[in-house]
Design a protein. Structure first.
Length: 130
């Protein structure tokens, strides 16, 4: 029988992973949301924005897989926090008009960071062999 905390944690971990997957695959790689490439263009310039957006998308898909793997989960959680904080700060300062929620994106990012940290620290650690 699974531990009582394992089902909510699994659902939350899957949801967090899904956010990275959708942003990487749909928004950046498949360019279903052109605003993402516009943000990259605004920050990096037009010359390499297409390749940079696709690279970011691939890395977000890798992040999604890493989250689901639960390998070095705390490191993964803190890397997510750092990436979200840094990238949202850059986007906020350079492309606020292109953000989905404008200035409220900072609140959304802070809530996502809180969910990631809650997911990582609210449940007991299992013994790990790695």
């Amino acid at each position: 029988m699974p531990a009582p905390h394992s089902i909510p944690r699994t659902l939350l971990t899957t949801a967090i992973s899904f956010v990275w997957l959708i942003n990487g695959l749909c928004c950046k790689l498949l360019n279903f949301v052109p605003r993402h490439q516009q943000i990259v263009t605004r920050i990096l310039g037009a010359d390499h924005s297409g390749a940079a957006t696709k690279t970011i998308g691939i890395l977000e898909i890798f992040m999604s897989v890493w989250i689901l793997s639960r390998i070095r989960a705390r490191l993964c959680a803190w890397l997510q926090v750092i990436l979200i904080a840094v990238l949202n700060t850059i986007e906020f300062s350079q492309a606020t008009d292109l953000l989905l929620f404008g200035r409220l994106n900072a609140v959304v990012a802070a809530l996502f960071i809180a969910v990631i940290l809650y997911n990582e620290y609210a449940y007991p650690l299992k013994r790990r062999l790695y």
